[in-house]
Design a protein. Structure first.
Length: 184
């Protein structure tokens, strides 16, 4: 597996090795020992999630506050998305910074977003199936949502070729400024 660091400390792009032949391909999508070596610590995933969304669906920016903070290992099974991580760790030198990556079912690249980051994605293909592993169980009382179009963050979402489809919860997420001022 090739490990690619990003500008956000701890966020990694992971490229597993695929073996292609006339039948198609074989790909190892999960290996705890290799993953833990790549991230430099033992990670315990407790929940797997799958979502299917159509073109123009924007989900996020979501995270969970401590003690239920979630790390996520994102993989697109089919389709293509623009995936975004936002550093919400107040002590971090990249606090408030974001980074976006295109992920698709053909490349099978994974994105590791550790605890302390908000996460969201925009579907760029007709449909996308997104699979992710989480390090903590879903906890409604710890769930937080930052508005996807917050001007303080200035995320440059690409055009999906259609109108955006955003849930009411995501459309009314808190601003990053309010997050900074809010007690956990």
């Amino acid at each position: 597996m090739e490990v690619i660091t990003t500008k956000l400390d701890g966020v990694l792009r992971l490229r597993p090795k695929a073996f292609h032949d006339e039948r198609g391909f074989f790909l190892e999508t999960w290996n705890a020992a290799r993953f833990n070596a790549a991230v430099g610590r033992d990670v315990d995933f407790v929940q797997d999630n799958v979502c299917c969304s159509g073109c123009g669906v924007l989900r996020g920016l979501h995270y969970q506050a401590a003690p239920a903070a979630q790390g996520k290992l994102i993989r697109v099974v089919s389709g293509r998305i623009f995936d975004v991580a936002v550093d919400v760790r107040p002590e971090s030198s990249t606090y408030g910074s974001w980074e976006g990556h295109e992920l698709d079912g053909m490349s099978q690249e994974l994105l590791w977003i550790p605890e302390g980051f908000a996460h969201g994605f925009l579907v760029l293909s007709d449909e996308a199936d997104v699979f992710y592993k989480a390090t903590s169980y879903y906890s409604p009382q710890h769930e937080r949502c930052i508005c996807w179009d917050d001007s303080d963050l200035g995320i440059e979402w690409p055009s999906a070729g259609s109108s955006l489809i955003v849930s009411a919860k995501d459309a009314h997420g808190m601003t990053f400024r309010n997050l900074r001022d809010a007690p956990e």
